[in-house]
Design a protein around this ligand. Structure first.
Ligand code: FAD
Length: 234
């Protein structure tokens, strides 16, 4: 477990990576990254002093600290598009119990912007040959809303132990070779053998996370200790 730190970071890039979602890449002003574990989050403070929690999308060892932020026109996110290279933010962390263990078969369930801790975990697994297997279920309303779509497909293609299942709830674009419809128990059962025996990480809008809490704990009888849930009001 890493100690919580507070440091000034500088904006390196700020660009839209999916519909209404930007990737913000930051570098520490003093050159020393804050250490973290995939799945954790940081508190970001803007020059206006607005502070919010954001999961880390990058993985340890990457050059920049990356966040993927859904623009909802709130106090923090309305200021994000205006951040330019060289602007300074305060980063505090790492925080959060959303830490994954190694060497087991795990299921990552992401709704919308809930992909951020999952991409950190999968980037960290890329190229590692341990016994660990991961399957990601990732849902969005439309294809344009799937952040990191191409990167996730490539992670799946080049890693025997990583599988991705994408689903769109509001459209089926021409040539779409993945799932459509809501991410639910039926979809889990279609892609998983013995779903009650897996280790689950679920992240996304609070309402979706609550539905999965009921599904996994009550309907599929997954033990509580095999489930980690993180729901955000976005
Ligand atoms: C542990 C943790 C990790 C998180 N990780 C991420 C992440 O990786 N990416 C991410 O995008 N978010 C993440 N969040 C959510 C994030 O912390 C903010 O809550 C979110 O970005 C909204 O902040 P805001 O200041 O813009 O909205 P606020 O001003 O705080 O408003 C709160 C909510 O009100 C609504 N709202 C406010 N203003 C408007 C408006 N004008 N029009 C419509 N709706 C409005 C929005 O739905 C908004 O979510 C995380 C939250 C937690 C607790």
């Amino acid at each position: 477990m890493f100690e919580m730190e507070s440091k000034t970071y500088v904006v390196k890039s700020n660009r839209e990576i999916a519909e209404g979602i930007v990737s913000l890449k930051l570098a520490p002003e003093d050159g020393e990254q804050i250490a973290y574990t995939p799945g954790q989050f940081m508190l970001l403070t803007l020059p206006s002093e607005t502070k919010r929690a954001y999961s880390i999308a990058s993985s340890p060892g990457s050059e920049h600290l990356e966040f993927a932020i859904k623009l909802v026109d709130g106090e923090f996110t309305s200021r994000v598009p205006g951040l330019k290279e060289g602007d300074r933010l305060i980063v505090e962390g790492p925080l959060g119990p959303f830490i994954y263990e190694t060497c087991e078969e795990y299921v990552l369930i992401a709704g919308g912007i809930g992909i951020t801790p999952m991409i950190s975990i999968l980037r960290d697994r890329d190229g590692k040959s341990e016994c660990q297997k991961a399957i990601l279920f990732y849902s969005a309303r439309r294809k344009e809303g799937l952040a990191f779509f191409d990167e996730l497909r490539e992670l799946d293609l080049r890693n025997e132990n990583i599988r991705t299942v994408f689903t769109l709830s509001r459209e089926e674009p021409p040539g779409w070779e993945h799932e459509t419809g809501h991410l639910d128990g039926e979809m889990l059962k279609k892609h998983l053998s013995s779903p009650e025996k897996k280790r689950y990480f679920v992240c996304g809008p609070a309402r979706m996370v609550d539905a999965f809490r009921k599904l996994l704990l009550e309907d599929l009888n997954v033990p509580q200790e095999n489930c980690t849930f993180e729901g955000w009001n976005v």
